[in-house]
Design a protein around this ligand. Sequence first.
Ligand code: HEM
Length: 202
Amino acid sequence: MIRAAKYFIFFLALLPFAVLCWRVLNNTLGPDPADTLAIETGEWALRFLLLSLAITPIRNIGGWPKLFPYRRTFGLFALFYASVHFLVYLLFLLQLRWSEIFEDIIERPYITVGFTAFVLLLVLGATSTKAMMRRLGRRWKQLHKLVYLINILALIHLIWILRTDLTEAVFYASILLPLLAYRVYRRYVSKALKHINLSTSN
Ligand code: HEM
Protein backbone atom coordinates (compact mmCIF):
# COMPACT_ATOMS: atom_id res chain seq x y z
CA MET A 1 0.00 0.00 0.00
CA ILE A 2 1.43 3.43 -0.92
CA ARG A 3 2.34 5.12 2.36
CA ALA A 4 0.66 8.49 1.61
CA ALA A 5 -2.54 6.75 0.49
CA LYS A 6 -2.46 4.63 3.63
CA TYR A 7 -2.24 7.69 5.92
CA PHE A 8 -4.95 9.44 3.95
CA ILE A 9 -7.30 6.45 4.26
CA PHE A 10 -6.58 6.24 8.00
CA PHE A 11 -7.30 9.94 8.37
CA LEU A 12 -10.60 9.66 6.45
CA ALA A 13 -11.66 6.52 8.31
CA LEU A 14 -11.03 8.09 11.71
CA LEU A 15 -12.74 11.35 10.79
CA PRO A 16 -16.27 10.17 11.78
CA PHE A 17 -14.89 9.06 15.16
CA ALA A 18 -13.18 12.44 15.65
CA VAL A 19 -16.43 14.24 14.73
CA LEU A 20 -18.35 12.12 17.26
CA CYS A 21 -15.77 12.91 19.99
CA TRP A 22 -16.08 16.60 19.09
CA ARG A 23 -19.88 16.40 19.34
CA VAL A 24 -19.61 14.64 22.74
CA LEU A 25 -17.26 17.35 24.05
CA ASN A 26 -19.48 20.15 22.73
CA ASN A 27 -22.69 18.48 23.80
CA THR A 28 -24.21 18.59 20.31
CA LEU A 29 -25.47 15.02 20.04
CA GLY A 30 -29.11 16.06 20.33
CA PRO A 31 -31.77 15.21 22.92
CA ASP A 32 -30.69 11.56 23.29
CA PRO A 33 -26.86 11.51 23.09
CA ALA A 34 -26.51 7.78 23.90
CA ASP A 35 -28.93 6.83 21.14
CA THR A 36 -27.21 9.13 18.64
CA LEU A 37 -23.84 7.58 19.52
CA ALA A 38 -25.24 4.04 19.15
CA ILE A 39 -26.80 4.86 15.78
CA GLU A 40 -23.77 6.71 14.36
CA THR A 41 -21.18 4.12 15.44
CA GLY A 42 -23.42 1.26 14.24
CA GLU A 43 -23.85 2.91 10.86
CA TRP A 44 -20.12 3.48 10.43
CA ALA A 45 -19.44 -0.14 11.34
CA LEU A 46 -21.90 -1.22 8.66
CA ARG A 47 -20.47 1.19 6.06
CA PHE A 48 -16.95 -0.14 6.60
CA LEU A 49 -18.21 -3.72 6.43
CA LEU A 50 -19.77 -2.97 3.05
CA LEU A 51 -16.65 -1.13 1.85
CA SER A 52 -14.50 -4.09 2.78
CA LEU A 53 -16.83 -6.39 0.85
CA ALA A 54 -16.80 -4.07 -2.17
CA ILE A 55 -13.00 -4.16 -2.58
CA THR A 56 -12.84 -7.55 -4.36
CA PRO A 57 -15.42 -6.74 -7.07
CA ILE A 58 -13.94 -3.25 -7.61
CA ARG A 59 -10.47 -4.78 -7.83
CA ASN A 60 -11.57 -7.49 -10.29
CA ILE A 61 -13.80 -5.37 -12.49
CA GLY A 62 -11.53 -2.31 -12.46
CA GLY A 63 -8.35 -4.39 -12.67
CA TRP A 64 -6.74 -2.72 -9.62
CA PRO A 65 -4.81 -5.42 -7.76
CA LYS A 66 -3.27 -2.79 -5.48
CA LEU A 67 -6.65 -2.34 -3.79
CA PHE A 68 -6.35 -5.73 -2.10
CA PRO A 69 -4.77 -4.60 1.23
CA TYR A 70 -7.60 -2.08 1.73
CA ARG A 71 -10.03 -4.97 2.23
CA ARG A 72 -8.29 -5.78 5.51
CA THR A 73 -7.95 -2.09 6.45
CA PHE A 74 -11.69 -1.44 5.98
CA GLY A 75 -12.53 -4.68 7.79
CA LEU A 76 -10.46 -3.57 10.77
CA PHE A 77 -12.15 -0.16 10.76
CA ALA A 78 -15.51 -1.97 10.76
CA LEU A 79 -14.30 -3.85 13.84
CA PHE A 80 -13.13 -0.57 15.41
CA TYR A 81 -16.53 1.13 14.96
CA ALA A 82 -18.41 -2.04 16.01
CA SER A 83 -16.29 -2.15 19.21
CA VAL A 84 -17.08 1.50 19.99
CA HIS A 85 -20.75 0.72 19.20
CA PHE A 86 -20.70 -2.20 21.66
CA LEU A 87 -18.95 -0.02 24.28
CA VAL A 88 -21.61 2.70 23.86
CA TYR A 89 -24.27 0.04 24.40
CA LEU A 90 -22.51 -1.29 27.53
CA LEU A 91 -21.68 2.08 29.06
CA PHE A 92 -24.60 4.33 28.15
CA LEU A 93 -27.56 2.15 27.19
CA LEU A 94 -27.03 -0.72 29.62
CA GLN A 95 -25.14 1.48 32.13
CA LEU A 96 -22.90 -1.44 33.00
CA ARG A 97 -25.71 -3.51 34.46
CA TRP A 98 -23.73 -6.67 33.72
CA SER A 99 -26.43 -9.04 34.89
CA GLU A 100 -28.74 -7.73 32.13
CA ILE A 101 -26.32 -8.35 29.27
CA PHE A 102 -27.07 -12.05 28.97
CA GLU A 103 -30.78 -11.42 29.34
CA ASP A 104 -30.58 -8.82 26.55
CA ILE A 105 -28.54 -11.07 24.27
CA ILE A 106 -30.94 -13.96 24.73
CA GLU A 107 -34.26 -12.15 24.84
CA ARG A 108 -33.90 -9.27 22.38
CA PRO A 109 -33.44 -10.72 18.88
CA TYR A 110 -31.82 -7.58 17.40
CA ILE A 111 -29.21 -7.67 20.18
CA THR A 112 -28.69 -11.43 19.62
CA VAL A 113 -28.06 -10.84 15.91
CA GLY A 114 -25.85 -7.74 16.47
CA PHE A 115 -23.83 -9.54 19.13
CA THR A 116 -23.31 -12.59 16.89
CA ALA A 117 -22.10 -10.32 14.08
CA PHE A 118 -19.74 -8.58 16.52
CA VAL A 119 -18.26 -11.84 17.89
CA LEU A 120 -17.68 -13.15 14.35
CA LEU A 121 -16.06 -9.85 13.40
CA LEU A 122 -13.77 -10.18 16.45
CA VAL A 123 -12.73 -13.63 15.21
CA LEU A 124 -11.91 -12.23 11.76
CA GLY A 125 -10.00 -9.32 13.34
CA ALA A 126 -7.98 -11.69 15.54
CA THR A 127 -7.05 -13.86 12.54
CA SER A 128 -6.33 -11.01 10.14
CA THR A 129 -2.55 -10.94 10.66
CA LYS A 130 -0.08 -12.39 8.15
CA ALA A 131 1.11 -14.85 10.82
CA MET A 132 -2.44 -16.18 11.29
CA MET A 133 -2.88 -16.33 7.52
CA ARG A 134 0.20 -18.57 7.28
CA ARG A 135 -0.82 -20.64 10.29
CA LEU A 136 -4.36 -21.33 9.09
CA GLY A 137 -3.38 -21.92 5.46
CA ARG A 138 -6.39 -22.82 3.31
CA ARG A 139 -8.69 -22.68 6.31
CA TRP A 140 -8.01 -18.91 6.54
CA LYS A 141 -9.86 -18.26 3.28
CA GLN A 142 -12.77 -20.41 4.40
CA LEU A 143 -12.94 -18.65 7.77
CA HIS A 144 -12.84 -15.18 6.23
CA LYS A 145 -15.84 -15.98 4.07
CA LEU A 146 -17.72 -15.27 7.31
CA VAL A 147 -17.58 -11.64 6.25
CA TYR A 148 -20.62 -12.32 4.03
CA LEU A 149 -22.59 -13.72 6.95
CA ILE A 150 -21.51 -10.80 9.17
CA ASN A 151 -22.85 -8.32 6.60
CA ILE A 152 -26.15 -10.20 6.37
CA LEU A 153 -26.46 -10.33 10.17
CA ALA A 154 -25.71 -6.59 10.40
CA LEU A 155 -28.48 -5.88 7.89
CA ILE A 156 -30.95 -8.09 9.81
CA HIS A 157 -29.92 -6.25 13.01
CA LEU A 158 -30.74 -2.95 11.30
CA ILE A 159 -34.07 -4.17 9.87
CA TRP A 160 -35.08 -5.42 13.32
CA ILE A 161 -34.28 -2.02 14.86
CA LEU A 162 -36.04 0.05 12.20
CA ARG A 163 -39.13 -2.20 12.10
CA THR A 164 -41.47 0.05 10.11
CA ASP A 165 -39.59 2.77 8.21
CA LEU A 166 -37.18 0.57 6.29
CA THR A 167 -35.84 3.25 3.90
CA GLU A 168 -32.35 3.07 5.42
CA ALA A 169 -32.29 -0.73 5.39
CA VAL A 170 -33.39 -0.75 1.73
CA PHE A 171 -30.51 1.60 0.94
CA TYR A 172 -27.90 -0.66 2.60
CA ALA A 173 -29.54 -3.79 1.13
CA SER A 174 -29.28 -2.28 -2.36
CA ILE A 175 -25.50 -2.18 -1.84
CA LEU A 176 -25.16 -5.53 -0.10
CA LEU A 177 -27.29 -7.63 -2.46
CA PRO A 178 -25.30 -6.85 -5.65
CA LEU A 179 -22.08 -7.56 -3.71
CA LEU A 180 -23.44 -10.95 -2.63
CA ALA A 181 -24.72 -11.61 -6.15
CA TYR A 182 -21.25 -10.86 -7.53
CA ARG A 183 -19.78 -13.36 -5.08
CA VAL A 184 -22.27 -16.06 -6.17
CA TYR A 185 -21.54 -15.23 -9.81
CA ARG A 186 -17.78 -15.62 -9.33
CA ARG A 187 -18.16 -18.77 -7.27
CA TYR A 188 -20.61 -20.67 -9.48
CA VAL A 189 -21.55 -19.04 -12.80
CA SER A 190 -18.10 -17.83 -13.87
CA LYS A 191 -16.54 -21.22 -12.95
CA ALA A 192 -19.25 -23.10 -14.85
CA LEU A 193 -18.77 -20.88 -17.94
CA LYS A 194 -14.99 -21.44 -17.85
CA HIS A 195 -15.62 -25.17 -17.60
CA ILE A 196 -17.97 -25.10 -20.62
CA ASN A 197 -15.44 -23.06 -22.65
CA LEU A 198 -12.66 -25.48 -21.80
CA SER A 199 -14.68 -28.54 -22.73
CA THR A 200 -15.81 -26.99 -26.07
CA SER A 201 -12.25 -25.93 -27.02
CA ASN A 202 -10.91 -29.45 -26.35
C1 HEM B 1 -21.04 -5.81 13.44
C2 HEM B 1 -21.79 -5.49 14.45
C3 HEM B 1 -22.88 -4.44 14.43
C4 HEM B 1 -23.31 -3.59 13.43
C5 HEM B 1 -22.76 -3.47 12.02
C6 HEM B 1 -24.38 -2.80 13.97
C7 HEM B 1 -25.08 -1.84 13.26
C8 HEM B 1 -26.02 -0.99 13.80
C9 HEM B 1 -26.67 0.09 13.09
C10 HEM B 1 -26.45 0.42 11.62
C11 HEM B 1 -27.48 0.72 13.96
C12 HEM B 1 -28.30 1.98 13.66
C13 HEM B 1 -29.76 1.73 13.53
C14 HEM B 1 -30.49 3.02 13.16
O1 HEM B 1 -30.13 3.67 12.18
O2 HEM B 1 -31.43 3.36 13.90
C15 HEM B 1 -27.38 0.04 15.24
C16 HEM B 1 -28.07 0.40 16.37
C17 HEM B 1 -27.97 -0.27 17.56
N1 HEM B 1 -27.22 -1.40 17.83
FE1 HEM B 1 -25.94 -2.30 16.55
N2 HEM B 1 -24.61 -3.16 15.27
C18 HEM B 1 -23.71 -4.16 15.59
C19 HEM B 1 -23.57 -4.80 16.79
C20 HEM B 1 -24.28 -4.49 17.91
C21 HEM B 1 -24.09 -5.10 19.21
C22 HEM B 1 -23.02 -6.12 19.55
C23 HEM B 1 -25.00 -4.53 20.05
C24 HEM B 1 -25.23 -4.79 21.50
C25 HEM B 1 -24.95 -5.89 22.11
C26 HEM B 1 -25.77 -3.56 19.30
C27 HEM B 1 -26.77 -2.78 19.80
C28 HEM B 1 -27.38 -1.73 19.14
C29 HEM B 1 -28.30 -0.81 19.76
C30 HEM B 1 -28.77 -0.84 21.21
C31 HEM B 1 -28.66 0.13 18.76
C32 HEM B 1 -29.57 1.34 18.92
C33 HEM B 1 -31.00 0.95 18.73
C34 HEM B 1 -31.90 2.14 18.88
O3 HEM B 1 -31.86 3.04 18.03
O4 HEM B 1 -32.61 2.18 19.87
N3 HEM B 1 -25.30 -3.58 18.00
N4 HEM B 1 -26.50 -1.00 15.10
